[in-house]
Design a binder for this molecule. Structure first.
Ligand code: F6R
Length: 366
């Protein structure tokens, strides 16, 4: 059942090339320049006329929502807000029939997300679901939706659900951008062909496995970790930290890189490993200076960079490379080594990777 892997989590990490492909296959016809998604096509006016898009979710799905916020606003110019479902439902939010609400949930059973959907519906909003489990409560409760085709996710820590959620949400954003004319035809085609190349690039990224294992062995006894990223990779930093906390029980925090100087820099000393996502096109110079600030305080740098990077190689303690792609698609690649890092550290600390203490796969209590 684990297909030769030691844990479901590792199996599911390795399934990502296939899961991402399954998620866009049949929907994205890159040669023809078409994205077909029934749930979006049938409700296209609702999306195009939306005053704003409000994304509600919890945990890792919320992180996928944060990536989607940047992707949607950049491509479609529709304002987007992302909220924890648990906050949204209890705070008397402003919500009208001109809002489109996107609920993201792997299990489709998360109680707070379900309650947020019911609230949004009662205010007349159009609610769209992005779920993995077919026929789940959330998929039934929403007005329309698009499934991620990740296949069953057994490991409690979410991996392939995250990357396939980002895939679905990116397809939706691209489709709307095409309709609205907020991306040019040639840009649109570039996005599609780059998306087409992602499964092979995830496969290539997975080849960092042994290198990440070596790094894991060096830092497995750390008591704290910091994760930094900017732009599309800020949510990836949050997700990397969450993965580490969940399965290895090491305290970790994710931050937008530039926020470091507003507080967390006080934590930096020779004991502190800092994972920095520094893809070349994303505010690269700024991230380089963040790394220098950390180095001058003796922090240890594990950097995730784009292939061919030379500058960061010189200053980081360890470098993990991802293949080159469009900045907007980098979260699909940068996430991979962070999943592996948390996995190996947890295994080396003898933690129960697939069933971490205190956690359940679907949180149906409030
Ligand atoms: C993280 C994790 C949780 C879930 C969260 C939402 O690895 O598994 O944070 O992401 O409980 O679950 P779903 O997506 O099923 O609504």
């Amino acid at each position: 059942e684990k297909g030769g892997y030691d844990h479901f989590m590792l199996k599911e990490i390795y399934e990502q090339p296939r899961a991402i492909l399954d998620t866009f296959r049949g929907r994205m016809l890159s040669n023809e320049g078409i994205i077909r998604m029934a749930g979006v096509d049938d409700n296209i006016e609702k999306f195009l006329n939306a005053n704003r898009i409000l994304i509600v979710a919890c945990g890792t799905s919320w992180h996928a929502g944060l990536v989607a916020e940047y992707v949607f606003e950049n491509l479609t110019r529709i304002p987007v807000e992302v909220e924890y479902a648990s906050e949204f439902r209890y705070r008397n939010p402003v919500i009208t029939e001109n809002d489109v609400v996107i609920a993201i949930s792997q299990s489709g059973e998360t109680a707070d997300t379900l309650a947020a959907i019911k609230l949004a519906k009662s205010k007349g909003a159009f609610v769209f679901g992005v779920c993995n489990v077919v026929g789940s409560s959330i998929s039934r409760e929403t007005d329309a939706g698009a499934y991620t085709h990740a296949g069953p996710e057994i490991g409690v820590a979410s991996t392939k659900a995250f990357t396939t959620q980002i895939t679905v949400l990116t397809l939706i954003a691209l489709k709307l951008a095409q309709k609205k004319g907020t991306v040019s035809t040639s840009e649109f085609h570039t996005y599609l062909s780059e998306m087409d190349a992602i499964p092979a690039k995830v496969e290539k990224t997975l080849k960092s496995d042994n290198h990440v294992k070596t790094i894991s062995n060096i830092y497995k006894d750390a008591t704290n970790f910091l994760y930094l990223g900017r732009g599309y990779n800020f949510p990836v930093a949050l997700e990397g930290a969450l993965k580490l906390k969940e399965i290895s029980y090491i305290h970790a925090e994710g931050y937008p890189a530039a926020e470091m100087k507003h507080g967390p820099i006080a934590l930096i000393d020779e004991q502190m490993p800092v994972v920095v996502i520094a893809t070349r096109k994303g505010h690269y110079d700024k991230v380089v200076s963040n790394i220098q600030e950390i180095k001058s305080r003796k922090g240890k740098i594990i950097a995730v960079v784009m292939q061919g990077d030379k500058t960061i190689k010189k200053i980081a303690d360890y470098v993990i490379e991802i293949p080159e792609t469009l900045e907007l698609l980098t979260p699909l690649l940068t996430t991979i080594p962070l999943q592996l890092l948390s996995y190996y550290i947890a295994v080396m600390r003898d933690c129960n990777v697939d069933q971490p203490r205190n956690l359940a796969k679907s949180v149906t209590v409030e």
